[in-house]
Design a protein around this ligand. Structure first.
Ligand SMILES: [Zn+2]
Length: 100
């Protein structure tokens, strides 16, 4: 395999014909978005990982507003004031991570 195809930015795609069973395609870069509300996350491109991504819970995954909501719900579930089944389906998997 050529060095340029060893990168993680490249993926294998099925090619056409007998002579070309597969080809390599560069992955498209995409902007990180919050899975709950779709807001673009403010992620820096350069610097150490600790500078690129906020170090709070769900940093780099959820936006600040949604992570606050999830932590609030997790607190309610842990306190016994709410059941995990009462949390809506979108947020449940994130709440589950915090409760565990
Ligand atoms: Zn959000």
């Amino acid at each position: 395999m050529l060095p340029r195809f060893r990168s993680n930015a490249v993926r294998k795609v099925k090619g056409k014909g007998v002579n070309f069973p597969f080809r390599y395609v560069r992955k498209k870069s995409r902007v990180a978005c919050c899975p709950l509300c779709g807001v673009k996350l403010a992620v820096r491109r350069q610097g150490a990982k600790s500078k690129r991504i906020p170090s709070r819970a769900f940093g780099g995954v959820l936006c600040a507003k949604c992570s606050f909501d999830v932590l609030k719900l997790a607190g309610r579930v842990m306190g016994g004031r709410m059941k995990l089944e009462d949390v809506d389906m979108e947020r449940r998997k994130f709440v589950k991570q915090m409760v565990k």
